[in-house]
Design a protein around this ligand. Structure first.
Ligand code: OOB
Length: 561
């Protein structure tokens, strides 16, 4: 791409771009136009439900257009970035669509992020604005946002959301006001139509769950993300009668676009937003709104299974499909989904970097229960390689590499890292070890990346180790996954104190992380103090040995609380 607005992004090579376009995988439509077209066909249909708030498709797109105009009036131009840290609510959807309409790029932060993550994400993306809830779960997001404005030269605007009263107006912009409907819908639409972004331009930045010190940004273009949404929508068999429950944090790729909220809006279906997957409320909402499709991480699926077994009843009668992904769903839970919840399970093995695999609705139970599915798009290329880069035969574990029409060719502004994460000819190696069966379905066998997958939230071991070293008292640190019945994995750190120093307790570590403003899901849950760490032959810390060590220690100790 020669367009200077795409600097820092790695384009697909022209021969691939031409092919994807010629085959219609890239539609050359901006995301906002897809939703606009649906709204024109079905203006009165309900698009979004959030508690007592119900937005029709007309309301939704009119508000998004008005907000696009207001973003422009605030001085935000196409290709400017806005760090979006909003909980699951209608406001997230309207703001995101407003960005998609105007070419302002939302950077999809998580509600759990704190100073440590937000200042990094704002810095790397050169964000000009940040959108936050005023306060949420006793945390003052607005105050933190104002601190970041003081520190980061590019960041000048705080958009603060308070559903009950307008934000103060002087130092912060009232997000509720920005998202209110237009004074003149036709005028707003015309203005927003005039801002229409190039479909090859970035639509949003997703956050990698990566393995490096701090998360990388993944540029997703309108063309690639529309392709992503359409392909996952097809395997989920989405149609206008579906009702999608958005209950995982919707800034994640899975509930945002696989097919998620956008998939529902692309087909004229109804989206129901819920801030938490807690089963009592989730089940009541499923019943009240006739939810047909929901997405969950394995830990949530397990809670829903247990809850349903406990309470019984027909609250989930409308639920036809439960998508589960983000981490490995144990087969024994997979087998319970249909009998207990009465819904078909769809396993989803995906990544913010692109490639999505799913089982199909009409697959035999054996495949639905025992595999993580196969690529959703006919142009997805997948190779399974041995450590020397040779393709392994089906049935043999190997590292997965992929290319395709919705798998970008590099992280944003990360040339060095890109040479490690991507091969020279553009294959992305996710670090997952998979087995491909002759029927094409993949089984996630393990991984060869230094990451802890805590119930679907990814924690980079390197990031944790850096934070631990900053405590000052430690000679050596190794962050490893310890097995957990609920979350799959939790975070354990092995530490070797410096001579004459004492290792911090787990409470002290957590306090120190909290003070630094690290997201709470990254707080270590166990500290193992040791005299030495096992090393590999090449002189690296032997994490495999440590993972085995902690697993046996947990096994032989009494059951965790
Ligand atoms: C999803 O995306 P990310 O970017 O948070 O994490 C990707 C990584 C994968 O490389 C893999 O290690 C793990 O998460 N993963 C799974 C899995 N789904 C993701 N590991 C085992 N089994 C699965 N079903 O997690 C994500 C993005 C879109 C859709 C679904 C999940």
């Amino acid at each position: 791409m020669s367009d200077p607005t795409s600097m820092g992004t790695v384009p697909w090579p022209p021969e691939f771009a031409d092919l994807y376009r010629a085959r219609g995988y890239w539609e050359d439509t901006a995301i906002g136009d897809v939703v606009r077209a649906v709204a024109d066909d079905h203006p009165e249909r309900v698009a979004v439900v959030d508690g007592s708030m119900r937005l029709s498709y007309r309301d939704l797109v009119d508000r998004a257009d008005a907000a696009a105009v207001r973003l422009r009036e605030l001085g935000l131009e196409p290709d400017d970035r806005i760090l979006v840290q909003l909980p699951n609510g209608w406001e997230f959807i309207v703001l995101t669509l407003a960005c998609f309409r105007s070419g302002v790029i939302p950077v999809m932060a998580l509600p759990a992020h704190r100073r440590h993550e937000l200042s990094h994400l704002a810095g790397v993306s050169q964000a000009r604005a940040i959108a936050v809830p005023r306060t949420l779960r006793d945390f003052d997001h607005e105050a933190l946002a104002l601190e970041l404005v003081e520190e980061l030269p590019d960041l000048t605007l705080v958009l603060s959301l308070d559903r009950d009263r307008p934000a103060d107006g002087e130092r912060v912009i009232d997000l509720a006001g920005l998202l209110a409907g237009p004074a003149d819908a036709a005028e707003a639409r015309q203005a927003a139509d005039g801002m229409r972004p190039d479909p090859d331009a970035p639509a949003c930045f997703l956050i990698s769950g990566g393995t490096t010190g701090l998360p990388k940004l993944i540029t997703r273009t309108h063309n690639d993300y529309v392709c992503n949404v359409r392909a996952t929508s097809a395997t989920a068999e989405f149609d206008a009668d579906d009702v999608y429950l958005g209950t995982l944090p919707v800034s994640h790729n899975f509930p945002l676009g696989c097919p998620g909220v956008l998939g529902a809006l692309f087909v004229g279906a109804k989206v129901v937003m819920l801030p938490s997957p807690e089963p009592v409320r989730a089940f009541a909402t499923i019943e009240a709104e006739g939810v047909t499709v929901a997405a969950a991480v394995p830990a949530v699926a397990q809670r829903w299974l247990d809850h349903q077994e406990e309470v019984g009843g027909a609250q989930l009668a409308s639920l036809r499909l439960l998508q589960v992904g983000g981490s490995r769903l144990p087969d024994e839970h997979a087998a319970r989904v249909r009998p207990v919840l009465g819904a078909t399970l769809q396993q989803v093995f995906g990544m913010a970097e692109g490639l999505i695999n799913t089982t199909r609705v009409d697959d035999p139970d054996e495949a639905i229960i025992g595999t993580q599915g196969r690529p959703v798009h006919e142009a997805d290329e997948v190779r399974v390689l041995d450590p020397l880069g040779k393709d392994v035969p089906d049935g043999t574990p190997g590292a997965i590499y992929t290319r395709g029409p919705y798998t970008p060719r590099g992280y944003y502004n990360a040339a060095d890292h890109n040479t490690r994460a991507f091969t020279e000819d553009g294959w992305y190696g996710s670090g997952d070890i998979v087995v491909r069966r002759p029927d094409g379905n993949l089984i996630v066998h393990g991984r060869d990346k230094d990451m802890i997958n805590r119930g679907g939230e990814k924690i980079s071991a390197e990031e944790i180790e850096d934070l631990m070293y900053r405590l000052g008292s430690l000679e050596l640190v190794a962050a490893v996954a310890m097995p957990d019945a609920v979350l799959g994995e939790r975070l354990c750190v092995y530490v070797v104190p410096k001579p004459g120093r004492t290792a911090p307790s787990v409470e002290e570590v957590r306090e120190a992380f909290d003070e630094r403003g690290v997201a709470a899901y990254k707080f270590p849950e166990r500290v193992e103090v040791v005299a030495d760490l096992p090393m590999t032959k090449v002189g690296k810390i032997n994490k495999k040995a440590l993972r085995e060590d902690i697993a046996t220690r947990l096994d032989s100790s009494t059951v965790r609380s």
